[in-house]
Design a protein around this ligand. Structure first.
Ligand code: ZN
Length: 310
């Protein structure tokens, strides 16, 4: 404590903190650094969304299989007690047709396609991570020939080959991460949300076009002609019109595959350019027609039983 000339103590003059002159500069630099970081993050994420297909096509399929393994185990457990002679016949038929088509599609060595039959009325089929292709009973019944079914399977195998499910999931997750980062709402990154991403992916128009292109090639390689692509789209257009009248909201193959007219034109052009012929489609094998009939009869009996019980 200081003293004046009379020896009386004086209070020291308080010294308040004075930021150094360059403080303003430091603050501005930090804000600039943050702005550059956030913009870079945003630009990198956007670039990843755009180029995800070119990046992820190089990801080994075995890595995708490892990632999806826990979900595969959960799904197998869910369907493990659904056994019947009809289901086994349909599964064996789908297995063989899928293997025959895949053999002509030049898939990477470590890529195996597993096809699954779903006892659902939905007119639907889809491909998910890990090489899994699902075919619903509703689709089998709507398409009554093998060639149309083969076109659907070829199209779905092409999605797996082009790595569309993992590209779709990676794009979806990146968008969810960006959204969470900028809004602080992390609910979209929930694991249950990831599960739905694994189940059903909606692909871009370009991804659909490429899957059609490979699908019809597989059809031609297997049968020596391309009948099936036309009957597939004719059946889907009819189904679409019926559903429009019914105002149905059900999930089906064309709700995830828009622009039917554009796709028919593009496929017709591909067939014309390659001089691929249309011949008669072949019906399903007898045992498959019978299996579908039995399943329907059983379903009707169950429905009647439920109505009687009510
Ligand atoms: Zn598709």
């Amino acid at each position: 404590m200081s003293q004046d000339q009379h020896g009386i103590n004086q209070k020291p003059t308080p010294v308040y903190y004075q930021p150094p002159a360059e403080h303003e500069n430091h603050y501005q630099q930090m804000v600039k650094w943050l702005a550059i970081s956030l913009t870079s993050l945003f630009v990198l994420a956007c670039l990843f969304i755009v180029f995800a297909d070119r990046i992820l096509i190089n990801l080994p399929f075995s890595a995708e299989k490892k990632f999806v393994k826990p979900y595969e185990d959960a799904t197998r457990y869910l369907y493990s007690d659904e056994h019947s002679a009809e289901r086994e016949a349909i599964e064996a038929y789908l297995d063989q047709l899928t293997a025959d088509l895949a053999a002509n599609m030049d898939l990477p060595e470590d890529m195996q396609i597993e096809v699954h039959y779903l006892d659902s009325d939905a007119v639907n089929a889809f491909a998910t991570l890990g090489g899994h292709v699902f075919i619903c009973r509703g689709l089998l019944e709507t398409l009554d020939d093998e060639n149309s079914l083969a076109m659907v399977i070829g199209h779905e195998i092409a999605h797996v080959k082009n790595r569309d499910p993992i590209v779709g999931m990676a794009r979806g997750l990146t968008i969810a991460m960006l959204y969470s980062y900028f809004t602080g709402d992390y609910s979209s990154l929930d694991v249950s949300g990831l599960g739905s991403e694994l189940g059903l992916s909606y692909f871009s128009r370009e991804q659909e076009r490429k899957a059609d292109e490979l699908g019809i090639q597989a059809l031609h390689a297997h049968y020596g002609h391309v009948a099936g692509y036309d009957s597939l789209f004719a059946a889907l257009q009819m189904e679409q019109e019926n559903n429009a009248n019914k105002d149905s909201q059900s999930v089906n193959w064309f709700s995830s595959h828009p622009d039917l007219d554009e796709r028919i034109n593009s496929l017709s052009e591909q067939a014309r350019t390659n001089n691929w012929q249309l011949r008669n489609e072949q019906t399903y094998p007898e045992n498959i027609i019978e299996a579908l009939n039995i399943i329907n009869i059983k379903k009707q009996e169950i429905d009647l039983g439920i109505k009687k019980a009510i």
